[in-house]
Design a protein around this ligand. Sequence first.
Ligand code: SAM
Ligand code: DTB
Ligand code: SF4
Length: 335
Amino acid sequence: MTIRTDWTREEIAALFDLPFTELLFRAASVHREHHRPDEIQLCTLLSIKTGGCPEDCGYCSQSVHADSGVEATKLMDVRAVLQSAAQAKDNGSQRFCMGAAWRNPKDRDMPAIVEIVKGVRAMGLETCMTLGMLSPKQADLLAEAGLDYYNHNIDSSPEYYERAITTRTMADRLETLQNVRTSGINVCSGGIVGMGETREDRVGFIHTLATLPQHPESVPVNALVPVKGTVLGDMLADTPLAKIDDIEFVRTVAAARITMPLSMVRLSAGRESMSDAAQALCFMAGANSIFTGDKLLTAPNAGDDSDAALFARLGLAPMSGEEPMQAQRELTSAG
Ligand code: SAM
Ligand code: DTB
Ligand code: SF4
């Protein structure tokens, strides 16, 4: 099995250009080689520090530059975070992902973050954090605490990125991903589809991820949740034609699956406004992870009842085994 990190933009553009049925067949074939097609990983999100973020990400309700009505809070108390984690575990979640609306964590925040990671891990949940940019030292601290995954998205193509965010660069983001990788923490990195970007940008987005020295273990593909008062949410409200077409979204998922065969591809934000049929196509195209529960960070999510109904309708089950990239790593280190 060869995992390629030398994909060209042309090759990825050619995947996007395939007849939809052919693309779906190829993606589903790659998916079956490495993953169980009837199992979906369940993750739960919690915003441990909401709003008041100095960055100007044009899609985000938590930026101080947005007029979204989201109130800024302080970092949650460790006990309250652990209570939410216990609830997520009871609801069948495998991974607990915690997000903070920071440009980067301050060193004085780190002891509480470390305590949270240790506490959530002790409950038998996998841990993921997304706290903004990380220095090498902070990444090492989190690794020592036992953090399993760190999420930091590249969000779009290098070209479109600059139109959506001005307060930090794609190079800054890649540096954080490198720091996370060097520390030994698993990398979770993806982006958003439906921000008004072109097909070429979606190609560039997948190309950037698929040509990292090592593919991210998790690749979240978000559909923009248009939030009133954000630059991109308002732009989409004014130009409804810019809304991403479901088929194009599925094509992006399929391109992620084909180019990054071992990665978990997470159908992340935006499921709430997707039909069961569109979600089923995403699973067919190789998405194999979702966020459960009725809230993402600030935006509504599909909710446990509707997910239970969806899983029953599609004959899907929560993932029970190990992820392929972890299994491969254990094999390599064993022999
Ligand atoms: N502040 C941290 C950061 O940006 O790294 C962590 C939290 S941030 C909200 C995590 C990711 O959520 C963003 O990188 C973006 O890809 C996604 N996201 C944020 N707002 C979104 C929206 N309205 N629709 C879809 N995805 C969104
Ligand atoms: C990711 O790529 N999607 C999640 C997670 N990583 C942290 C966040 C989605 C946020 C959706 C908008 C909101 O809830 O504010
Ligand atoms: Fe801040 Fe993250 Fe939102 Fe950007 S996406 S404004 S960094 S919370």
